[in-house]
Write a protein that binds this ligand. Sequence first.
Ligand code: ADP
Ligand code: MG
Length: 490
Amino acid sequence: MDAKSEKSNLIAGETGDWEVVIGMEVHAQVTSNAKLFSGASTEFGGEPNSHVSLVDAAMPGMLPVINEVCVSQAVKTGLGLKAEINLYSVFDRKNYFYPDLPQGYQISQYKNPIVGKGEVIVDMLTGERVIVGIERLHLEQDAGKSLHDQHPQNSYVDLNRSGVALMEIVSKPDLRSSEQAKAYVSKLRTILRYLGTCDGNMDQGSLRADVNVSVRRPGDEFGTRCEIKNVNSIRFIGQAIEYEARRQIEIIEDGGTIDQETRLFDAKTGETRSMRSKEEAHDYRYFPDPDLLPLELTQDFVDDIAKTLPELPDEKRARFIADYGLTPYDADVLVAERESVDYFEDVAKGRDAKQAANWVINELFGRLNKEGLTINDSPISSAQLGGIVDLIKAETISGKIAKDVFDIVWTEGGDPAEIVEARGMKQVTDTGAIEKAVDEVLAANPDKVEQAKAKPALAGWFVGQVMKATSGKASPQAVNALIKAKLGLD
Ligand code: ADP
Ligand code: MG
């Protein structure tokens, strides 16, 4: 980070500048058909309590059995975060009264997590690069859901989510602004989606963040932090940090101190409020779950998973910049979603990648954005867009006509080459025909010809007239060359 961006991250208080320090604990639901320790389905949105096995309901004598898929997914995620994989890890009981986890404790990993230190590279729109340390990733059970809005007097419980595998991904306190924190979560979500280890759907609760916030004078020791629980959208993460940093600054500037506590974010007011004073690890009476052996992996198991890793966003971005000559900004836009990058790579395959990127970003994404659609709903397939790019490359159509073809394919579908053929949209490259049009335009405007001879910049006006006269079908290069030649401007 350079001195300038460090400065711009500061928050001005009454008594001078403050720096916000943020660390995140992201809970990511593991993509797997069954739960972490039972065979019940993890499907979202089932009838309440329809995905509950006897293990999830904590019937007496039921024993947890670890789901190998969840373990593989955690290892895969660890590898994707360039993190240490611990061949030895332990499941502990975290004792707590959870109305929606009938065991009365959560099975989690405490001293020996499955994944250790790693890192996530976050490229900001400003060009600033932030490297966020990952402290650890551990596996744990999710809780169910208490429903308080179904009955005036009673609360109900839905155990469908109870026992679903979560990866808790803990960052170091390396983030220095709400923008950085939002970009970090987006990047993490992108990596998880590339890996296929979490679907990242925040609106379904598959990804949620506990946000730890403190403030300090630049260069000072870290201040006391507050933890804002379970924030479930990227926008809310930003709002919660902005509010919380301001709140802490005001307290300290008024001569007060920050109490370490757990807070809740209220999306309606945009404020955080106290939930409870911070609990300590020893309050949970962690101890190794006697129903589960320590998890011991072989290096071969890890190496086999490493072979299945896809090309990740950082590597793709670097390749697009180095091999395709894309700008870092364009590369970032393309790699942000796995579906977008797959689409782009289909269009770029065997074609000019820079031109493909322009069409995907400017025309396609532009239009999708405008109409509130995602790449998955695109009415134009990568093969169709590739077909349009091919027609430009072959000089069958100009870039301008290509936009009309794009519009037709968008609304009516069809094969671009056939559309161009059937509707007579082919570019006129026959110089005889173009020359005739040029001559007519020049003859009709003798005064403008004289002006252009003195002021060559005016030649562009003739190009426009000839294009109009040929309904945009003349090759602009050919028109340009002919006009310059006839005006003696070469
Ligand atoms: P605990 O286990 O009590 O939750 P950790 O040390 O594991 O505490 O930290 C939890 C999260 O809080 C981590 O993401 C870490 O980066 C973050 N964190 C720790 N200290 C601070 C601080 N002073 N300000 C902001 N975040 C912090
Ligand atoms: Mg914690």
